[in-house]
Write a protein that binds this ligand. Structure first.
Ligand code: ATP
Ligand code: MG
Length: 573
């Protein structure tokens, strides 16, 4: 497996070079591309690469990009997928305007072109079974052999094809094949199937058809009908290009589009096969297509990944012609970069440990906390400090190793936006677990600095007694191996891909924030509200404060481990 860091200088790649040359040479006056998903699943981050490329070049060259549903296989396609695809392309920030098309819009025209090929002696109806056809197709090294039905007269072919359309034959009884060359070195040219019989209702054309065109027969002709100039697809279609061109040359199509292939996106620890993603959903290995562990756009959205981060990631990996696998860390990095700029800061304690400040008396006080360190316009918020607070359990060690500078008996640390505190004693339960810390604070260090200039080596996040309970879900990679086996993916599933923490405490400002925008929980990573869970909760009438927050689900687009030691101040994740 090759892992690439980055390729192609952004904004310059072989596709853009071709387009620029075509425009310069006057071969085209405008650029028209298309994104052609088959509505048999949700879009994933690999599709985002194709979307950004197709819509991106159209935008850059002042052209347009069509959204075309490649809906030629009604047994696998569903309205739910159509809706999800439209939503996800829009969410990424692209707009097809009025250029929404379906291969099924062209069924009548495609049918007429099939008759045209029959009339020209370039297509025939074949009665061989699927198995017989496969057996006669030959191999990569051996030529195929001609079907006994190959020399049927034109009239008989036309009659049979019309009766196929009329529904006279059962599924699989006959197919229409192009008559090209059974000895071709390219298997795609060995009399490929153009139409198959399928008595199935179609989401758009209903019961109008019982024969459906193959991908190969529909794709290039749809491109030609729509005036696509550059038909960009992934490398597995390279061997189909001679067939794509054969149809364009042998049919009275209104334009001559050309196909160009680029490498598909592969990511470590990630499977981008629709078949596997479908099985993950159907098999209950995840909670749905929008499970935050899924590489689908719906899953990434629910995890809090901003669309800008996806587009930036795609821009950085570039477009090349050789297959490779991108380190998922590169994606995570792009996400962190965007969120670091945009996410407001908050504090929450995921595994709380109670702290009593023994020398603190009174009702507590209000501190001011900055919402974004680099953006004063994000403002400030108030947090409550008092005698009782909570810190992260992992921020205390009874007998710390050398480089652990956080809380331990006798150690002084800074509480973010508050005071220096010193740990005096750890209280344990009968099982010997630490359940509470007794600390003292230095009242002269309000705001985080000591008048005598003494330093502490760690700054910890914390929440006050007014913190609200919350459930937080931590998502880890779905697979344990960088290159999960798509054939037997279940063996590589990570049993710890979801960690649910039910006893978290979050500062009240976090619960009050009525938005799905991700926030940075200081020293923890980026989190966002789980919109799905909230939607279902909103339906419930009359909630008390307690109920309103107890189910606040946060999911994390990007997480970091608590640093094992800190220098002067908490480092943002
Ligand atoms: P299927 O196995 O169902 O064909 P697919 O992932 O190719 O799955 P399509 O709906 O045909 O799904 O894909 C739409 C477009 O997205 C195609 O042009 C395809 O080449 C492109 N695409 C799909 N997967 C990737 C990927 N991993 N990287 C880049 N482009 C992709
Ligand atoms: Mg495909």
């Amino acid at each position: 497996m090759t892992v690439i860091e980055a390729s192609a200088e952004a904004g310059r790649d072989f596709i853009r070079d071709i387009i620029r040359a075509d425009l310069d040479a006057g071969r085209h006056t405008e650029v028209v591309t298309r994104f052609p998903p088959e509505p048999n699943g949700y879009l994933h981050i690999g599709h985002a690469k194709a979307i950004c490329l197709n819509f991106g070049v159209a935008e850059e060259f002042g052209g347009r990009c069509h959204l075309r549903f490649d809906d030629t296989n009604p047994t696998r396609e569903e309205q739910e997928y159509i809706d999800a695809i439209e939503r996800d392309v829009r969410w990424l920030g692209f707009d097809w305007g009025e250029h929404l098309y379906h291969a099924s819009d062209y069924f009548e025209r495609l049918y007429a072109w099939a008759e045209h090929l029959i009339g020209a002696g370039k297509a025939y109806v074949d009665d061989l079974s699927q198995d017989e056809m496969r057996a006669m197709r030959g191999t990569l090294t051996e030529p195929g052999s001609n079907s006994p039905f190959r020399e049927r007269p034109v009239e008989e072919n036309l009659d049979l094809f019309r009766r196929m359309r009329a529904g006279e034959f059962p599924n699989g009884a006959r197919v229409l094949r192009a008559k090209i060359d059974m000895a071709s070195g390219n298997i795609n040219l060995r009399d490929p199937v153009l139409y198959r019989i399928l008595h199935a209702s179609h989401p758009r054309t209903g019961a109008a058809w019982c024969i459906y065109p193959s991908y190969d027969f529909a794709h290039g002709q749809s491109d030609a009908i729509e005036g696509i100039t550059h038909s960009l697809c992934t490398l597995e279609f390279e061997d189909h290009r001679p067939l794509y061109d054969w149809f364009i040359e042998n049919l009275p199509v209104p334009a001559r589009p050309r196909q160009y292939e680029f490498a598909r996106l592969n990511l470590t620890y990630t499977v981008l096969s629709k078949r596997v993603l479908t099985e993950l959903v159907r098999g209950g290995h995840v909670t749905g297509w929008d499970d935050p562990r899924m590489p689908t756009l719906a899953g990434l959205r629910r995890r809090g990944v901003p669309p800008a981060a996806i587009c930036e990631f795609v821009r950085r990996i570039g477009v090349a012609k050789a297959n490779s696998t991108v380190d998922v860390a590169m994606f995570d990095h792009a996400v962190r970069e965007v969120l670091n700029r945009t996410a407001q800061r908050r504090m929450a304690v995921l595994r709380p440990l109670k702290v009593t400040i023994e020398n603190y008396s009174g009702d507590g006080e209000t501190m001011e906390a900055i919402n974004h360190p680099d953006d004063p316009s994000a403002g400030t918020r108030r947090i409550r400090f008092g005698r009782e607070i909570y810190v992260e359990r992992d921020d205390f060690m009874e007998s710390p190793p050398k480089k652990f500078f956080r809380l331990s008996p006798g150690r002084e640390v800074r509480l973010r936006y508050a005071y220096f505190i010193t740990c005096r004693e750890a209280i344990k339960n009968a099982a010997g677990e630490v359940v509470e810390l007794r600390c003292t604070y230095d009242p002269t260090t309000r705001g985080g600095n000591a008048p005598d200039g003494r330093k502490v080596q760690a700054t910890l996040h914390w929440v006050g007694a007014d913190a609200l309970p919350a459930q937080v879900r931590l998502y880890n990679p779905l697979f344990t191996r960088p290159d999960p086996n798509a054939g037997d993916f279940a063996a590589d599933l990570n049993p710890n891909s979801l960690e649910v923490l039910s006893d978290c405490r979050i500062e009240p400002a976090l619960a009050a924030m009525n938005s799905d925008e991700p926030v940075q929980l200081e020293r923890q990573g980026y989190f966002c509200r789980d919109t799905r869970v909230r939607r279902s909760r909103e339906a419930r009438p009359s909630r008390t404060m307690e109920q309103a927050t107890e189910g606040l689900f946060l999911s994390s687009p990007q997480r970091c481990e608590l640093p094992s030691f800190e220098m002067a101040a908490a480092r943002p994740p």
